[in-house]
Ligand binder design. Structure first.
Ligand SMILES: [Ca+2]
Ligand SMILES: [Ca+2]
Ligand SMILES: [Ca+2]
Length: 279
């Protein structure tokens, strides 16, 4: 009976892999991203699942390592909506890299990667029988203070057998600063004062390469427009351009196209204001 239940579960997952959605609510949504690798046709039913919560877009990269697929990029996918992202796999060794914003609406990213092996299913060892493996990574987000570091915390993988599926689950907690992109002084807006401070610190660094900005990690991350880890005149210039757009009565935009996390509208007096409600 146990065996039959396991087979049913496997069939259900196999059927749903054809495109049917299993659930109704957004948080329970299941997605089946396609491979970026021509000719990749997994011969087994193994899967890698990444669970993404509301408000935490995660970029997923999955690379397979095996004699015939050495360091081959199988999947590269932006998991923007909450839900479970199911990537088809087969026995082998994998590296999964997960990346998300450390600052709201920013090029500044934090990443975690996990390496694991999916073994061949072995259904001949009694109670330990399983039909396939689901390597499951459960993502969450924690808002942190500017003074903290935004490193991702990755738990050890726990394993368990459910309905004929060997499930490994691992938790990845992403950290995010509360500040907004470009707000170097942390007063809630992005303006010429922020650009000036970035420029001052860049000038101080040019004069003395041992100079370290007297700002916590979160503020530096917010001001590092291009996410290269350095505050430069280019960062200051982009922040100033962003502010100039607001002064000119335009909805400000970042040149790399990443949307600002704030919602801007043009008020009755023609000035750009932050909207109370999302627009
Ligand atoms: Ca500011
Ligand atoms: Ca200000
Ligand atoms: Ca920079």
């Amino acid at each position: 009976m146990k065996k039959i239940t396991g087979m049913l579960a496997a069939m259900l997952i196999a059927v749903s892999a054809c495109g049917n959605m299993l659930s109704a609510s957004a948080a329970d949504q299941v997605y089946y991203p396609g491979t970026v690798c021509d000719g990749f046709e997994p011969y087994a039913k193994d899967i890698i699942t990444v669970e993404v919560p509301e408000g935490l877009p995660v970029s997923v990269e999955i690379v397979q390592h095996s004699p015939e697929r050495e360091n081959l990029l199988l999947y590269k996918y932006d998991a923007a909506e909450p839900g479970s992202y199911v990537f088809r796999a087969e026995p082998g060794s994998y590296t999964v890299t997960l990346t998300s914003d450390a600052v709201r609406g920013s090029a500044v990213r934090s990443s975690a990667f996990t390496v694991f092996v999916i073994n061949d299913a072995n259904d001949s060892v009694g109670d330990d029988a399983y039909d396939f493996t689901d390597f499951r990574i459960i993502c969450s987000r924690k808002m942190i203070e500017d003074s903290e570091t935004a490193d991702v915390t990755l738990s050890e993988a726990a394993s368990g057998l459910t309905e004929g599926v060997l499930i490994y689950s691992q938790k990845a907690e992403f950290k995010q600063y509360g500040g907004y992109r470009g707000d170097y002084d942390g007063d809630g807006d992005t303006d010429n004062a922020d650009a000036q401070l970035v420029l001052n610190d860049y000038a101080a660094w040019v004069a003395d390469k041992s100079f370290k900005p007297d700002q916590p990690a979160g503020r530096i991350a917010a001001a590092d427009y291009d996410g290269d880890g350095q505050l430069t005149a280019a960062d200051a210039q982009v922040i100033l351009n962003f502010y100039t757009m607001t002064v000119a009565g335009q909805i400000p935009q970042w040149p790399d196209g990443i949307p600002d996390a704030r919602n801007f509208v043009i008020g009755a007096d023609g000035r750009v204001v932050i909207a109370d409600e999302p627009v």
